[in-house]
Design a protein. Structure first.
Length: 101
């Protein structure tokens, strides 16, 4: 995308977003919280060659658990609002995609 230098975003902590993959620069909170955005991040981590296998397996298991559980209303929106605030309140810090607690 055509983001200015210094625009806050996220990158995969395993591959560093090499070759343009694993880097995300959402233009708005709505773009960040879209289902497509988190699918792209999930798909990258699952396919990332530098991500350890045990973390990919854990992420897959967490997705399966999430699909089988009831979500608290508003929790997704709240999560992405917190991520957006962290990205834009301190633009000198790059938030890495974390795959384990």
């Amino acid at each position: 995308k055509d983001c200015p230098v210094g625009y806050p975003g996220m990158q995969c902590k395993h591959c560093g977003g090499k070759a343009g993959f694993g880097r995300y620069f959402p233009a708005s909170l709505q773009a960040l919280s879209s289902a497509n955005s988190d699918r792209n991040i999930f798909n990258h981590v699952i396919k990332c060659r530098k991500c350890p296998q045990h973390l990919r397996e854990k992420l897959q298991a967490m997705q399966n658990e999430q699909l089988n559980s009831k979500n608290r209303r508003g929790s997704r929106k709240k999560f992405f609002m917190q991520v957006w605030a962290r990205l834009h309140n301190n633009s000198s810090v790059c938030v890495e995609i974390k795959t384990s607690p």
